[in-house]
Design a protein around this ligand. Structure first.
Ligand code: SF4
Length: 466
């Protein structure tokens, strides 16, 4: 290799943002509805959005009300070969259309119904396509399953890190040991035990984890959010995500409860009450504010601090510089030495950012009680990242007509249908259809496409083969 070729290769490898990511970010930003192209918008400036699988293992073994799965979901056999093939095809399209790096959820019915070998193979395929996978589960599996997933037949770790989102709420039915919880607080030992399994895995085999806690919210458990947040924030999860129930899925699973709409503000008020403090989210927005609210921050000795304080002018300047100059840099998935070179290249172009970043760090430390307190808390394990999220999925009856018009290239004249179209256009959660080359919002997948897809899968993968 000539010196020039070597130099070019080095330049490409250390480029702060991958050229495809750069292009996709710009396309995403340009396509966003004008109302969400704000200073705090992360989509199209740093992230392309999250991704998820569909139709890869629709079956679940709990019997919750409400349930988002379509009526045929439980009539489809869990089939590892189908899962791995389909996950590969979907990830290939996502990589092609959205660039080399994103967070993707291995989601369908219940992921732990997959044989651990198939589950591991699906995660490996996702990683091969540059996706940071997160397995979505009801959390009702034991450490034997976790170890069979995390370790190979010789007992060696297959992965350095596993990510799981565990769904726990009192609307769920059929969990081992607590088939019909009456209150959220009764589930706390199960929530804690889930984290404990991953702690033990790390202690025994060095496999790290990122754990999120998900909870569906209806008027029935809304007032219990306060207790959930107070009890669960310190358990070891790094994200607490709340999803107000959206009317999607098998109608037979939407009976016997109060399913009136719960708003994002309703949830947030309880979340702040549970923590006894404001949880400032306004500095950053992921997609449309009617869909998502995310507060990124850190807990220090039980007190939560926002990454950027929306009331601090200096913090907002730091945010603006971070998004403008570091947007698209792959912080999570780049080896530290390479990341240092990439960050260095940004700083060469924007040397003033170093001063701004250091000042931001000083303010964050001051807000957290000062360097000494943070240091002593850190040594006791009291400093942990924590993101609070509300993801407000839409009802199927709203999504279907809005999506149909979008497919016909029409902007709705009805303001409520147009609002749904705007939200779909700023969607942060995409699913891929390799058969058509189309990417669709998760709301569209679950509201419009899942019923037909599961009907077909039922034929392809019947529960019983005669
Ligand atoms: S359109 Fe649906 S899936 Fe997409 S961000 Fe909004 S609520 Fe979420």
């Amino acid at each position: 290799m000539t010196l020039l070729a070597w130099w070019k290769r080095l330049e490409r490898a250390t480029r702060p943002v991958h050229p495809v990511t750069e292009r996709v970010l710009l396309e995403r930003w340009t396509a966003l509805p004008p109302g969400v192209r704000t200073d705090q918008q992360v989509l199209g400036r740093h992230a392309v959005g999250c991704e998820g699988t569909h139709g890869v293992f629709p079956k679940c073994n709990l019997t919750c009300s409400p349930c988002y799965h379509s009526k045929d979901a439980n009539k489809v056999r869990v089939d590892g070969a189908h899962t791995v093939t389909q996950v590969g095809a979907q990830m290939r399209l996502l990589e092609q259309e959205r660039g080399p790096r994103a967070h993707a959820q291995l989601i369908g019915g219940e992921v732990s119904l997959l044989d651990p070998e198939d589950h591991a193979a699906a995660l490996a395929v996702m990683r091969r396509h540059g996706r940071e996978p997160m397995s979505m589960s009801h959390g009702d599996f034991d450490s034997g399953y976790l170890r069979a997933l995390a370790l190979d037949e010789d007992g060696a770790p297959r992965f350095r890190r596993l990510s799981f989102a565990a769904h726990f709420d009192s609307l769920m039915r059929g969990r081992a040991g607590i088939p019909r919880p009456r209150t959220e607080v009764e589930l706390n030992p199960f929530r804690a035990r889930f984290v404990e399994m991953f702690r033990d895995l790390r202690r025994d085999h060095g496999v790290r984890s990122y754990l999120a806690h998900n909870m569906t919210v209806t008027p029935g458990n809304l007032d219990q959010i306060e207790h959930v947040v107070a009890d669960v924030s310190g358990m070891g999860y790094s994200m607490l995500s709340f999803q107000p129930a959206a009317r999607v899925g098998d109608e037979r699973r939407w009976t016997g409860g109060d399913y009136r709409t719960v708003g994002i503000d309703d949830v947030w008020k309880r979340l702040e009450a549970g923590l006894g403090q404001r949880v400032a989210w306004q500095a950053l927005q992921f997609g449309d504010p009617r869909c998502n609210r995310s507060a990124f921050g850190v807990r220090v000795d039980g007190r939560w601090m926002p990454m950027f304080d929306p009331d601090s002018e200096a913090d907002l300047v730091a945010r603006d510089r971070a998004l403008a100059h570091f947007g698209g840099v792959n912080f999570g998935g780049t080896p530290p030495p390479l990341l240092a070179v990439k960050v260095g290249r940004v700083l060469v172009r924007h040397p003033g950012d170093l001063r701004v970043a250091l000042a931001w760090l000083r303010r964050l430390l001051a807000r957290s009680g000062g360097v000494r307190r943070v240091w002593s808390s850190w040594r006791r394990g009291g400093v942990t990242p924590m993101t609070y999220v509300v993801h407000n999925f839409m009802d199927a009856e709203d999504v279907a007509p809005a999506w149909q018009l979008m497919q016909d290239g029409q902007i709705a004249t009805d303001p409520s249908v147009r609002a749904t179209q705007e939200r779909l256009s700023a969607c942060t959660y995409a699913m891929a259809h390799p058969e058509t080359g189309q990417l669709v919002p998760a709301c569209v997948q679950h509201s419009v496409l899942d019923p037909g897809e599961n009907e077909q899968l039922r034929e392809l993968l019947p529960l019983f083969v005669i």
